[in-house]
Design a protein. Structure first.
Length: 111
């Protein structure tokens, strides 16, 4: 499993024919059997030379391993992994209100 974070300007549009589903978590979450993506806004004094700013963060978890569970279970697992990673990352960045991420993982509604 590989997890990466980056600052982005906007939530990327869903490409036509993309496998996976969109979910209501953070600004947007996406998941497939091998990928989890979570966009969230972080307001922190760690940005803009300590004055505070809000940035859009994109977190991604990806695996190349073969999936042996159902598609739904794999999507939930990938969302859980990127949620837990994003929650920890938002704590490290000292994002206000934990970047709007819930305290505990609960499978979000599909968009």
């Amino acid at each position: 499993m590989q997890v990466e974070f980056s600052l982005v300007q906007e939530v990327s549009e869903r490409a036509e024919g993309t496998i996976g589903k969109d979910y209501r978590m953070g600004k947007l979450a996406r998941a497939s059997t091998k990928l989890g993506v979570l966009y969230f806004e972080c307001s922190s004094k760690r940005f803009s030379l300590g004055a505070g700013a809000t940035v859009l963060v994109r977190g991604e978890s990806r695996t190349n391993d073969e999936v042996t569970e159902t598609e739904e279970a794999a999507q939930e697992d990938n969302l859980r992994i990127i949620y837990e990673s994003s929650r920890a990352f938002s704590d490290l960045l000292k994002c206000k209100s934990h970047a709007g991420l819930p305290a505990d993982f609960k499978m979000p509604p599909e968009l």
